[in-house]
Write a protein that binds this ligand. Sequence first.
Ligand SMILES: Cc1ncc(COP(=O)(O)O)c(C=O)c1O
Length: 382
Amino acid sequence: MRFTPPHHVANAAVRRSTYPPSLTPILSQAALARARRTIEAWPGYERTPLVRLPHLAQRSGLGAVWYKDEGSRFGLKSFKALGGAYAVQELLARLGLPPGEVTVTCATDGNHGRSVAWGAQRFGCRCRIYIHATVSEGRKRAIEAFGAEVVRTPGNYDDSVRQAATDAAQNGWHVVSDTSYPGYTDIPKDVMAGYMLMAEEAFDALPEPPTHIAVQGGVGGVAAAVLATSWLRWGAARPRFVVVEPERAACIAPSLAAGERRAAAGDLDTLMAGLACGEVSLLAWDVLHAGCDDALVIDDQAAVTVMRDLANPAGDDPALVAGESATCGLAGILAAAERPDLATALRLDRSSRVLVFGTEGDTDEALYQELVGRTAEEVLAA
Ligand SMILES: Cc1ncc(COP(=O)(O)O)c(C=O)c1O
């Protein structure tokens, strides 16, 4: 199933109940509390800013737009710092082995591998990271800077996931993946629990609950984590939840349309590198199938336009540095708000208070400069 953007899918299976007990083994208040306690104790922990964008909201016919800016998270420039590194720490605690005897590994399109490598360095274990053919040299170097060995494999992200799993099984390494599949669910749960902290920080900082939350989807891990955190907090009165994906790597939208997991029909060749995933994570699917109200599919240009708009703000909006996977959620909401049929379907109007997550800063500095025309420093200095 390939959609023409902007495209909307309504989830026919969505439940408007309190948080279903069947989801508690995946994501829970207890998992969030543990992740919060642990991560808040890491040196250098700071809450990332929650920024209001009044001009953008006004221009788009919305009541308010709130943007959680993850560009400064632990110096890694993306929310992913919360997931992979936390999962490494939890894994080491479970194994009870001297960290020097443990090797962690994963496949990545950049940000997750950076987090696992950072965690491995921090907690003292060895690390081997797999990247696929189109991951940039800049991203590769950023992972190597944390002492990891980085291996480039042929094919796309899903091929690199399979290669990491095969090599780990042969060598006794531990896969710390952000996606789950049959028989592999414990570690991705920890990764998602780490992400829940980002959502909780945003909810704590909001003056009133949002009416809508939009999150971009790769394998769906962060979307599921934000949705679960909102559901646990607000119960049946939770905000409408929207997942937004690139047309060339949309796997959640076709899955929601079909009522079961479906792989992306696109070639995964999207500029939004962090979202170039062809299969929904097994655990994320259970959460999204139960609670995601809508899926939107957008094209790369829509995301780039929003990157430039955030870098060149008008009115009282501050300048923001958003990488190419950061703006998808916001771009989806803005595209829907502009189209009367989609605005009606999603109930977007002047009373809407929308929360979005700017999930990364300029994690690929050269690409950011090419797309926006200036460096992150220049954007912020202006
Ligand atoms: C910046 C950024 N945003 C969003 C995502 C999507 O996260 P997930 O794969 O959990 O859906 C990623 C994934 O790598 C990412 O790097």
